[in-house]
Design a protein around this ligand. Structure first.
Ligand SMILES: Cc1ncc(C[n+]2csc(CCOP(=O)(O)OP(=O)(O)O)c2C)c(N)n1
Ligand SMILES: [Mg+2]
Length: 339
C-alpha cells in the first residue's frame, strides 16, 4: 500500500510540473505537453491502495475523472498510461483518451470524465462474473458529488437485487468542484444510500489506508463468497484545486488548511514504523517508486505523436453514418480514414 501511495503522489507531483510547462502567464489550457484538463488526487491515495490491495488483475475497476492513484494501485502499465496522458501514439488508447479516459484491458481498468459513469459497467462486469460462476469482483469508484446521479442509484438497485459481487467506493473529499457536499446532497454521507437498497454501508471517517484495507477485505470477501454488494464511503482530502489552474477563490483558507493537515501517507508511514518497517526500508520503497515514475515520464515524452490521419481509427465500434466499405471516408471529416 505504501508503495502504491508514494508512487501516486510522486507521479502527480511530476505531472504537475510537466503540465504547467508553457501554460503561463495567461493559463492557456491548450498549451504545453499535456493539453486539456488535469485532475490530481493528492489526498485520495488511501482509498486506491486500501481497496486495490485485495484485487487481482481479473477483477474490474472503474474510476472517475481523478483516476491516476486508482490506476496505479490496480496495476495499469505506468509507461503506457503516461504516454496516454501526454497524447502519444503508444498510449493506452493511442493518445486519444487523455488522462480522464484511461483504459487497460490487461488489468480490467477503465475511467471516465462523466461522473458516476463507471457504476453501470462495474455492475455489468459483476453480473458477467456471477453468470460465469467466477469469483471475480468489480469495484466502482465515485466522488461524493456523484451520489445523487441516476447511474449510481440504478446501479445500487441492480447490484442489490441480483446480489452482485460489486463494491462501490465513494471518495468523499467534501467538494464537487466549488460545491460543498452539504449544499448538494441529503444526506451528505454517501454510505447512507446503502440502507435504502438493502445492502451493507460502511463509513470510514479518516483516510487511513489500514482502516480502508480492513473494510475492503470484508467487502471484497463478501462479494467473492457470493454474498452481494457493499457501499463504502471514505473521508479523503482534496489537497489540490479541482483541476490544475483552479484558483479556488470559492474555498475558505481554513478549509484548504484543514485538508493539508492530515496526510494519509504520513499516517501509513507511522503505522509502518510502529510495525517495525523503519525509514531506511521506506526510503528504499520511495526511491524505487521515484525511479519508475521518472523512467515512465521520460519514456512517454520520447514517444511519437499520433498521425493526424489516424484520428478516426478505433473511435467508432460501428461505422458512422455515411461510411461504407466502398467509401471509408466519412463526409464530415473531409479526409483521413474512418472505420
Ligand atoms: C454527468 C456529469 N455532470 C457534470 C459533470 C461535470 N463535473 C466534472 S467533475 C464534477 C464534480 C465531481 O465531484 P465529485 O464527484 O465529488 O469528485 P471530485 O472532483 O471531488 O473528486 C462535475 C460536476 C460531469 N463530468 N459529468
Ligand atoms: Mg468530491
Amino acid at each position: 500500500m505504501y508503495e502504491d501511495m508514494v508512487t501516486a503522489r510522486y507521479y502527480e507531483e511530476r505531472l504537475q510540473d510537466e503540465y504547467m510547462e508553457g501554460k503561463t502567464p495567461g493559463f492557456d489550457i491548450s498549451a504545453g505537453p499535456i493539453p486539456g484538463e488535469l485532475h490530481l488526487a493528492a489526498g485520495h491515495e488511501a482509498t486506491a491502495a486500501g481497496v486495490c490491495a485485495h484485487l487481482t488483475d481479473e477483477d474490474t475497476v472503474t474510476a472517475p475523472h481523478r483516476p491516476h492513484h486508482i490506476a496505479i494501485a490496480k496495476g495499469v502499465d505506468l509507461k503506457r498510461m503516461t504516454a496516454e496522458i501526454f497524447g502519444r501514439e503508444t498510449g493506452l488508447s493511442a493518445g486519444k483518451g487523455g488522462h480522464m479516459h484511461l483504459f487497460d484491458p490487461d488489468v480490467n481498468f477503465a475511467c471516465s470524465g462523466i461522473i458516476a459513469q463507471g457504476c453501470p459497467p462495474a455492475v455489468g462486469a459483476a453480473m458477467a462474473a456471477k453468470k460465469r460462476n467466477e469469483t471475480n469482483v468489480a469495484v466502482a469508484y465515485l466522488g461524493e458529488g456523484a451520489i445523487s446521479q441516476g447511474a449510481f442509484l440504478e446501479s445500487l438497485n441492480l447490484a442489490s437485487l441480483h446480489d452482485l459481487p460489486v463494491i462501490f467506493v465513494v471518495e468523499d473529499n467534501d467538494w464537487a468542484i466549488s460545491m460543498p457536499k452539504e449544499r448538494i446532497s441529503a444526506p451528505p454521507d454517501g454510505s447512507k444510500r446503502a440502507a435504502g437498497f438493502d445492502m451493507p454501508g460502511v463509513r470510514i471517517d479518516h483516510d487511513d489506508a489500514t482502516a480502508v484495507s480492513e473494510a475492503a477485505a470484508e467487502a471484497v470477501g463478501r462479494a467473492r463468497d457470493g454474498n452481494g454488494p457493499t457501499l463504502m464511503s471514505v473521508q479523503v482530502h482534496r489537497r489540490m484545486g479541482h483541476f490544475m489552474g483552479d484558483p479556488e477563490t470559492y474555498r475558505p483558507d481554513a478549509d484548504q488548511q484543514r485538508h493539508q493537515e492530515r496526510d494519509s501517507i504520513e499516517r501509513l508511514a507511522a503505522d509502518l514504523e510502529a510495525a517495525g518497517v523503519d525509514d531506511e526500508e521506506r526510503e528504499a520503497i520511495r526511491e524505487d517508486a521515484h525511479e519508475r515514475v521518472d523512467g515512465a515520464i521520460e519514456w512517454a515524452k520520447d514517444q511519437p505523436e499520433p498521425e493526424p490521419d489516424a484520428a478516426l481509427e478505433d473511435v467508432f465500434s460501428n461505422p458512422p453514418a455515411g461510411v461504407t466499405d466502398e467509401d471509408p471516408t466519412p463526409e464530415f471529416a473531409g479526409n483521413g480514414g474512418g472505420n
